[in-house]
Design a protein around this ligand. Structure first.
Ligand SMILES: Cc1ncc(C[n+]2csc(CCOP(=O)(O)OP(=O)(O)O)c2C)c(N)n1
Ligand SMILES: [Mg+2]
Length: 340
């Protein structure tokens, strides 16, 4: 079934070289962001189980390196991003306030979208974060539209569209990539292949294993593949993708990654073995960055503990803010349904 894949689609950098290229402060910055995303979601999971958060909750735990490596090359406000319902990391990386994001999970009036969207629908016009989207594949035309807009207006911006492997067989994905290739749009499309669409293994849903490498040529767009559990690979892949897109060439990227939690918090996970999950947990992207920082002498054990405590404190403050915030007023029910 699998056709030959060009080896140069793979971005497999030497981690020590990339670490030096990134530099101490920038790498520490990404480390902090990944810690914040992880802590934010672990605490949200507990709040959900305590019935403080209703609706759905899809966690990104395990996938943090993918969005973190790409966002490091973007300027929110100029470059647009859009993703799925699994949108907490992208919201935080856009620079949105953790207080408002947590309050959104709680459905409070102070939330990022006034408590009306919940976990799946973070959004910010100012940061050009065009949202979390619940319809599988629904965000892909939005991301391509943002790339069209950037080129048409001559802003120099690019768009980054994140999607799951489960969206690859959707019509919207193919129609959008065709337009991106046809019109030479500054579009980066990142498939976060976490190996499952809900409980369906990828190989039972998508005809080819190397999705970017094999599908990109059909639309005249470039392809990049990388290990999504490795921040250094993600950062290099993001660097290459952004350089391509800024020259008005679209690029299709596949991150081979894994989610440690179920599809959503209510998923019992009966479709995969505990051993499989443990195997991937041993490759944890955050632990690997910490090890690399320690090896470089850019972090000590004590400083790592301090970093982690700071993040725990930040998320605790966000939880307090969410808890203390009021419910939306009943008069809000019909507002923001149509443009006002
Ligand atoms: C058009 C559409 N069909 C079905 C669903 C139900 N659904 C929600 S998530 C999902 C699986 C998506 O998996 P994937 O794209 O791999 O993303 P992941 O959850 O793994 O990040 C499905 C089928 C939906 N939301 N939208
Ligand atoms: Mg998936």
């Amino acid at each position: 079934m699998t056709a030959a894949v060009q080896p140069d689609h793979w971005v497999r950098p030497d981690p020590v070289q990339v670490r030096d290229e990134i530099g101490r402060d920038r790498l520490l910055g990404m480390f902090r962001k990944m810690l914040l995303i992880r802590e934010f979601e672990e605490r949200a999971e507990l709040a959900y189980k305590a019935k403080k958060i209703a609706g759905f909750l899809h966690l990104y735990i395990g996938q943090e390196a993918v969005a973190t490596g790409f966002f490091d090359h973007l300027s929110p406000g100029r470059d647009a991003t859009v993703t799925t319902y699994r949108c907490h990391a992208q919201g935080l990386l856009s620079g949105l306030n953790p207080d408002e994001l947590m309050a959104e999970l709680y459905g409070k009036a102070t939330g990022n979208v006034k408590g009306k969207g919940g976990s799946m629908h973070f959004f910010s016009k100012e940061k050009s974060f065009l949202g979390g989207h619940g319809i599988v594949g629904g965000q892909v035309p939005v991301g391509i539209g943002a790339a069209f807009s950037a080129k048409y207006r001559g802003t120099g911006g690019v768009s980054v569209t994140f999607l799951g492997d489960g969206a690859v067989p959707q019509g919207t994905f193919h129609e959008s990539l065709n337009m991106a290739g046809l019109w030479g749009l500054p579009a980066i499309v990142v498939i976060e292949n976490n190996q499952y669409g809900m409980g369906t293994a990828c190989h039972r849903a998508v005809a080819v294993a190397d999705m970017a490498a094999l599908k990109a040529p059909g639309y005249g767009v470039e392809a990049i593949t990388f290990d999504g559990l490795d921040l250094f690979a993600s950062w290099k892949a993001g660097q290459r993708a952004v350089a391509i897109a800024r020259a008005n060439k679209p690029v299709l990227v596949e991150a081979k990654t894994y989610r440690y939690r179920g599809h959503s918090v209510s998923d019992a996970g009966l479709y995969r073995s505990k051993d499989e999950v443990e195997r991937y947990k041993a490759l944890d992207p955050i632990e690997r960055v910490q090890t690399s920082l320690l090896e470089a002498g850019w972090l000590t054990d004590d400083a790592a503990t301090t970093e982690r405590e700071a993040v725990v404190e930040r998320v605790r403050a966000a939880l307090d803010f969410a808890e203390r915030s009021p419910e939306p007023d009943l008069s809000e029910l019909t507002r923001h349904v149509y443009a006002e």
